[in-house]
Structures are given as structure tokens and as C-alpha cells.
Write a protein that binds this ligand. Structure first.
Ligand SMILES: [Mg+2]
Length: 404
């Protein structure tokens, strides 16, 4: 089997409501690049990357010069071909490599008649647990519904999400309001669901001292972990010395260099593996092996996925023995998906690992057309800006909080 063509299509899929975060907002939709790698036998492998537009599509078109005629089974060769670590000083293609790796694994699985999880060592679990991933949200401008701003609204959202999807772990995405307000919100959330576990993520916008104050104030709760309270390995290390809550990151340990630094001088307890940021599912499996060796916790990070990327997260979650916590997904904030069958269903807070060949998901061509048209209509949005706070930008450490 040889790679014959690579195509990229930008889509935008609406969210239930705009999602607020410490550095800006998802403006009511996700923008994603859907990648198709076609083989000379007619099979099509699927990949996905965050963001999109003409420049992203052009990068994937440019990869044809490197990869047409390449055997999709030669994944390590592809890594050095397009993302050699020293050559990449000039052209960081980690996320491009990830999307192409997804598609090549999908091709291999289809060709060999096995799910991607079988290629990666085989499933240890048939379903992957997910956390509720609660956001502060603006109301959907079309309906006026979906706002999460007050603590009552947060609890109402979390109760409905638990009833609908069955979550047993709850994440609060924070860093939007003053830490004292968010502490009250987090404690209220933890008080609402006895027996469940909780995690909090202010996206690294606090000072180290603020991180310590907050961490100490939640030590009595059933925390999974405190995620990126402060930016930088040394800030995390200083906070970790003062707080009796595991610290997690998807920010300062996102490659093997940083992982080795964390092993040699620990700053973080739980590594949140992202199949895009790390450069593919296999890189995450390798990193999970290092974490298993050094007994660090592991969970699966979400950078805002549609069904193709979700499938990569499910196959990853299925094969790593040390998945110590529920995975994160933005997925339940979406209104639709571009895969056949629409949004994958949750049951008891878990999603089934696809068992069909390859990634086990197929493109719904009509939805692909519809949401690429919607992207042409709406265009991109600045992830690091807030449409309701014009001119605002956070500083690190931040003191420019929104009014609750
Ligand atoms: Mg995070």
C-alpha cells in the first residue's frame, strides 16, 4: 500500500454555547481540519487537526511532495521525513504529523482488518471513562440558552450533564473569574456529587502563591488533581512542595524533553497526553510507557475534538494500562459531528472504543460539505480573544478577571 493523495478540508461545527477560558473563548463553534489520506488501493484514512483555513490546508497539500509513494506502515520513517526533531526547529510540524499518523493508522487498520487499538498493543478496556468538563459559558446568541456564569447555573449544568451522560468525575475549566469566586464554585460542585471525583483547571494563569493558596483550600476535597495552576515547571514544582493535591499538566510537559526534565526533577504528578500535541497516538503510548516506568499518573487531554480525534483518544485510552483517571473531552458541548451516525453516545460517563477496522469512524460526506460551507460563511475566530470583552487580554500571572 502506498500513499496516493492527501486532502484537507476545514470545517466548523457549532457548540451548544460559547465556552469561556482563561485566555479567551471558543466563540460558539470549533474549527477543525479534516485530513484524508488516500492510498493507491482506494482506501481512505482519516485525520483531524485543530484550527484550519487556507494556510492549514496548504501545509497538508505541501506534504504530498514528501509522502506520495510512501508506505503508510512506515510510521517512524514518516516522523523523521516530515518532523525530524532538529529540522523541526525551523518548521514545527508536530500537529501535522499527528493528523497524518492518525490517517496512516486508520489506513493500516482498514487494510489489515483490525481496529487501531489492536495495532497499538490491544484493548485493555472496551469503554473509556470521561469527565464532565464544565465550562463557564456565554448564552448561545441564537437561543439565549446555555449560560453558565453563576454558581447555581454551574450546578444546574453539571446536574443535567450527569443525568444525561452519567459522569462520575467532574472538571471545572476556570481562570475566568477571580480565584475566590472560582473556589466557591468548585467547592459547590464537589459538594453536589458525593462519591464523585473532581478536577480544576485555571489554564496556568495564576501566580505560584495564588496556586498554593487555592491548592491548600481544596485539600479536603476528593480531587483527581489540580491542573496547571501556574505556568512553568519551576512554578509547578514550588506549588507542588506546598500542596497536598496531585498536580497535572497539559501545558509544561508536552514532549519527551519536558517529560525527561520532569522525571529528573519532579514538578508534575499527572501527565495529560494529547494525541495532537504529542505528535500522534503512538507518541502518547510511548510517553505513557515512560510514565508507567516512573509511576506518574496519566490521563487523556482534550484540545477540542470532533469524532475522528475522539476516536484517537478512545484508542489511546483503551491500550494504556496506566490510565489513572477519566479522560477529558469537549465532545458533549458539540451539537453535531462529521462522522457517520452523528455524535458518539456516552453511557455511564463512558464512550465505547470503536471496534471497526482502523479508527472505526467514517466521514459523513453530507455533513463534511455542510460544515465546510459553514466555515466558508463564518471563517475563523480568535481563540485567545473574548467577543464580550473587546480589547481584553490576560497577563501571566493574571489579575484582569471577568465580572461574574
Ligand atoms: Mg488543561
Amino acid at each position: 500500500m502506498k500513499i496516493a493523495d492527501i486532502r484537507a478540508t476545514t470545517v466548523t461545527v457549532p457548540l451548544q454555547a460559547p465556552l469561556r477560558h482563561a485566555n479567551g473563548c471558543h466563540w460558539g463553534r470549533f474549527v477543525r481540519t479534516i485530513v484524508e489520506v488516500e492510498a493507491d488501493n482506494g482506501l481512505i484514512g482519516l485525520g483531524e487537526m485543530g484550527g484550519g483555513g487556507e494556510s492549514a490546508e496548504a501545509v497538508f497539500r505541501a506534504m504530498k511532495d514528501y509522502l506520495v509513494g510512501h508506505d503508510p506502515a512506515r510510521l517512524e520513517q514518516m516522523r523523521f521525513h516530515i518532523a525530524n526533531p532538529t529540522a523541526s526547529l525551523y518548521n514545527n510540524r508536530t500537529q501535522i504529523l499527528a493528523a497524518l499518523e492518525f490517517a496512516c493508522l486508520d489506513l493500516l487498520g482498514q487494510s489489515w482488518g483490525v481496529p487501531v487499538s489492536e495495532i497499538l498493543g490491544g484493548r485493555l478496556r472496551d469503554r473509556v471513562p470521561f469527565a464532565s468538563y464544565c465550562f463557564f459559558r456565554y448564552p448561545d446568541p441564537r437561543t439565549g440558552e446555555g449560560e453558565v456564569r453563576t454558581i447555581d447555573q454551574l450546578l444546574d449544568y453539571a446536574r443535567r450533564a450527569k443525568a444525561e451522560f452519567g459522569f462520575k468525575s467532574h472538571k471545572l475549566k476556570a481562570g475566568v473569574f477571580h480565584p475566590d469566586y472560582e473556589l466557591a464554585a468548585y467547592r459547590a460542585l464537589a459538594g453536589e456529587f458525593p462519591g464523585d471525583t473532581f478536577r480544576f483547571d485555571p489554564n496556568a494563569v495564576w501566580s505560584t502563591e495564588q496556586a498554593i493558596r487555592f491548592g491548600r483550600a481544596i485539600e479536603d476535597l476528593p480531587n483527581d488533581y489540580l491542573e496547571d495552576p501556574v505556568y512553568g515547571l519551576n512554578g509547578m514544582r514550588r506549588a507542588r512542595q506546598m500542596i497536598r493535591v496531585p498536580l497535572a499538566t497539559n501545558t509544561v510537559v508536552v514532549n519527551f524533553e519536558q517529560l525527561s526534565a520532569n522525571v529528573l526533577d519532579p514538578a508534575v504528578d499527572v501527565i495529560l497526553l494529547d494525541t495532537t500535541f504529542w505528535g500522534g497516538i503512538r507518541a502518547c503510548v510511548k510517553a505513557a510507557g515512560v510514565c508507567e516506568t516512573f509511576q506518574y499518573g496519566v490521563a487523556v487531554h482534550s484540545s477540542g475534538e470532533l469524532g475522528i480525534q475522539l476516536a484517537t483518544m478512545l484508542h489511546l485510552g483503551a491500550v494504556i494500562p496506566n490510565l489513572s483517571f477519566a479522560a477529558d473531552a469537549h465532545y458533549h458541548h458539540l451539537t453535531d459531528d462529521v462522522i457517520e451516525g452523528g455524535l458518539m453516545p456516552y453511557r455511564d460517563g463512558t464512550i465505547a472504543v470503536p471496534t471497526g477496522p482502523g479508527l472505526g469512524v467514517k466521514l459523513d460526506r453530507e455533513k463534511l460539505r455542510r460544515y465546510s460551507e459553514l466555515y466558508r460563511e463564518l471563517g475563523p475566530y480568535p481563540y485567545d480573544q473574548d467577543p464580550h470583552r473587546p480589547g481584553w487580554t490576560p497577563i501571566i500571572p493574571n489579575d484582569r478577571w471577568a465580572e461574574p
